[in-house]
Write a protein that binds this ligand. Structure first.
Ligand code: ATR
Length: 271
């Protein structure tokens, strides 16, 4: 029997680590699986997605720039993906694609793996774009004492507070207005690290013994890591664990099996 076919779609796509992660998961269960990286331009998505279904693909991961637009091409979309405003995992049905979002669950699992608590903690989420939107509902579900979302632009956190109204203690803020606050956990969901920068923040913001978690990894993690060190963080983590954890959630959705993320994370860190 031919191996089941899976893929990640995006543009650009060559940098994606997913084609390395899923075969390592599959090997843990002696499952034969092919996993490709397929570059698709935004204008081609509506044509290519049904083609991938016709070609027999069993599951697709979706990355930039398609995470927000692919929902309209799915036959159904999970509630968590609707809340996140993004779909990153497609599962084949007989008649089309079922959309889901595994990013938020990936972050929750990684925080648990690292022993970083959210319940009853004061949590600061830096950034108010798509990455921040994707993790707010799962963070609130863990019942922090307070979740503050801040960005340079005052309107973006305000809009997120409206979107997640009634789900928990979410407070919108600007970076400047954080002055004098102290948080147990600070999560970086800005994309500033990708151009080597870090948002300008007012003075000390982390309690002694606090933790800093970055949704970015690789080179993009360096500016936040340096800032976290300057704050005296007891724990500093990049987002590679979240990447592997969200992939594990996709793998479970597709194949009903829970892979061990630790050896896969170690393999990625060693290469
Ligand atoms: P994504 O969709 O991946 O979350 P994004 O929406 O482009 O990416 O950016 C996420 C956040 O990074 C935004 O909230 C943006 O901050 P502002 O709302 O303050 O503009 C933040 N961001 C991006 N580049 C930044 C930079 N150079 N300095 C500070 N913040 C930055």
């Amino acid at each position: 029997m031919a191996a089941s076919r899976y893929a990640v779609i995006g543009q650009p796509i060559a940098h994606s680590l997913s084609p390395r992660i899923h075969p390592l998961f599959a090997a843990q269960f002696s499952i034969e699986l092919s996993y490709e990286a397929i570059e698709i331009a935004p204008a081609e998505l509506a044509v290519r997605l049904p083609q991938l279904h016709a070609d027999g693909y069993s599951g697709i991961n979706v990355t930039l720039p398609h995470k927000a637009t692919v929902a309209a091409l799915c036959e159904s979309v999970s509630e968590r993906a609707q809340l996140a405003g993004a779909v990153n995992c497609l599962k084949r049905s007989d008649t089309g694609w079922v959309g889901d979002n595994t990013d938020g669950e990936g972050l929750m699992r990684d925080l648990a793996r690292l022993g970083i608590a959210v319940a009853s903690q004061r949590v600061l989420l830096l950034g108010a774009g798509g990455a921040a939107r994707g993790v707010i509902a799962p963070l609130l579900a863990l019942q922090p004492k307070e979740l503050v979302v801040s960005s340079r632009n005052p309107w973006k956190p305000e809009e997120l507070a409206e979107r997640f109204k009634g789900r928990g203690p979410l407070r919108p803020c600007t970076h400047l207005a954080l002055k004098g606050d102290h948080y147990d956990l600070i999560i970086n969901a800005t994309s500033a690290g990708h151009d080597g920068s870090m948002p300008r923040l007012p003075g000390p913001l982390l309690v002694s013994g606090g933790s800093c978690y970055d949704l970015s990894y690789g080179k993009a993690h360096a500016p936040f890591a340096a800032w976290a060190q300057s704050q005296g963080a007891a724990k500093i983590a990049d987002g590679l664990g979240m990447l592997v954890e969200q992939a594990a959630v996709s793998f479970e959705i597709w194949l009903g099996k829970s892979p061990d993320v630790e050896p896969v994370l170690a393999a990625l860190r060693n290469s």
